[in-house]
Design a protein around this ligand. Structure first.
Ligand code: ATP
Ligand code: MG
Ligand code: MG
Ligand code: MG
Length: 468
């Protein structure tokens, strides 16, 4: 089943249960200073959940673009994490509650008409005190007791406000993905055998200011399921990256690099990271976020640069990310037309940023080689902290590249000294913050990307001390 069919079936299924189909909101939160990015399907619907706005229809379904930068280190290491992914959701704003949410989840997952998973492979976790959920799974649906795991983790609580227990659904990918005798191998979200596909949150309490919990007059349902994870199961492939959402990007990368995928596990990580990051960069640029040295723009810059460096592992020493934009559009454009409509703009943003980074690397390398020669001449075995910091701060040259280069030349780098210089810089920045914050780096000079000279400027406006 194609990923686009899974997405369509989701929306169609919940529409058939009386839900309004809400288009994906922008990745950039609207009126929500608590979030850097939309990171869950519920995030753009918060005004409904906290009662600020009444929806026309209390039942809502969506496929929401999400970004989770906290998962960046997992990308390419696990089979299931991305920085950009689509969360499929169904929501009830004071309308249906646990029973329908659980019944419908089961129907969607196991009915051949929808996605038709083998019920024997499904496991669920419940909050130990949530007897209602346990009973629904066990008695109403018929999930055997040895497929229901009670865990204290299943409580959704982010401080003051609505909260409640949740139940998560896991798919057993089989022994190939984990030793059945390993006690760590059970549905927990921590291993590759039991793949967490769906989280159903029952928001039924209010977490009060004084720390107490009282029942909410209107109980809500908030669920989220990973489209890419469904696809990996339904397409019977090894990881999310081997689905039709990612393979065209990986194939195009392989073609450009002249390196085959699935021949060397280390290089496969590079293919996956690149495929992940290009999607994130394309979608963020599509939502108007440009690389910069602050906030969201800085995340985008970091992701792009990270991908470029993984590209080097595949032997790519020239801009290539820009060449993948079209493929992302081919894969995603049918549901997210913005990535096709804004393709030219997105390509320009990425090309400029890649070129700039290559220049940065070349300049930094030239300076570093002088520093290394000078250090050796003076009989030192180390690149000093201030030197490494100067490379990083003034030339934007990444610290770990300095370390790598030093090692190749029989030198080490003074990490403690580097950290100390960084701290000093932060101290200095605190006193000048007023000035830098008043500069809108995402607008102004970046709005016009037609000439390169305008792009070269912005490290001069804002130094890396303002970086997160
Ligand atoms: P995991 O334990 O696998 O990190 P999670 O418990 O953090 O997932 P939730 O916050 O419960 O995830 O989000 C709901 C669903 O969204 C998950 O069940 C999963 O299918 C999907 N999901 C969450 N994070 C990611 C990610 N980084 N990449 C892809 N899908 C994700
Ligand atoms: Mg997680
Ligand atoms: Mg989890
Ligand atoms: Mg979860």
């Amino acid at each position: 089943m194609k990923a686009s069919d899974i997405r369509a079936k989701w929306l169609q299924f919940f529409e058939s249960k009386g839900h309004h189909i809400e288009p994906s909101a922008s990745l950039v939160p609207h009126n929500d200073p608590s979030l850097l990015w939309i990171n869950a399907g519920m995030a753009p619907l918060k005004p409904y959940f906290d009662g600020r706005v009444m929806p026309d229809n209390p039942r809502i379904t969506n496929s929401q673009k999400c970004i989770r930068t906290n998962d960046i280190e997992n990308v390419g290491k696990t089979r299931r994490h991305h920085t950009f992914f689509e969360m499929l959701g169904n929501f009830s704003i004071g309308d249906y509650f646990k029973e329908e949410a659980i019944e419908w989840a089961w129907e969607f997952l196991t009915d051949k008409k929808w996605i038709g998973f083998d019920a024997n492979r499904l496991y669920v976790t419940v909050f130990p005190e949530d007897e209602e959920a346990y009973k629904l799974w066990n008695e109403k649906i018929g999930v055997p007791a040895d497929h229901i795991i009670k865990t204290e983790d299943n409580f959704w609580d982010i401080g003051e406000g609505p909260c409640g227990p949740c139940t998560e659904i896991f798919y057993d990918r089989g022994e190939k993905y984990g030793d059945p005798n390993d006690p760590e191998n059970y549905p927990s979200g921590e291993n590759e055998r039991y793949l967490e596909v769906w989280n159903l949150v029952f928001s039924q309490f209010n977490h009060n200011k004084d720390g107490s919990y009282t029942p909410l007059p209107n109980k809500n349902i908030d669920t989220g399921a990973g489209l890419e994870r469904f696809a990996s199961i339904l397409q019977d492939v090894d990881s999310n990256f081997d689905t039709d959402l990612f393979m065209p990007i990986i194939e195009e990368t392989s073609r450009i690099a002249g390196v085959k995928y699935k021949e060397n596990p280390e290089l496969d990580v590079a293919f996956k990271v690149i495929a992940d990051h290009i999607r994130t960069v394309v979608f963020t640029a599509g939502d108007g976020v440009l690389p910069s040295n602050e906030g969201r723009g800085y995340v985008v810059r970091r992701l792009l640069r990270r991908a470029v460096r993984y590209g080097k592992m595949l032997g790519m020493d020239r801009p290539f990310m820009v060449e993948l934009v079209k493929t992302v559009g081919d894969v995603m454009g049918s549901h997210y037309p913005e990535v096709v409509e804004k393709r030219e703009f997105i390509e320009k943003v990425i090309k400029n940023e890649e070129e700039r980074f290559h220049e940065t690397l070349a300049d930094g390398l030239a300076i570093l080689s002088e520093m290394a020669a000078a250090a050796k001449k003076e009989g030192h075995t180390q690149i000093s902290g201030p030197d490494a910091f100067k490379l990083y701060d003034t030339y934007g040259f990444p610290f770990d590249l300095t370390e790598e280069y030093a090692a190749e030349h029989g030198l080490t780098v003074d990490r403690a000294g580097f950290d100390a210089s960084m701290e000093e810089q932060r101290e200095r920045a605190r006193s000048t913050r007023q000035v830098t914050e008043s500069m809108n780096v995402q607008g102004g000079p970046l709005a016009d990307l037609t000439t390169k000279s305008e792009f070269v400027g912005y490290d001069e406006y804002v130094t890396s001390s303002t970086v997160l």
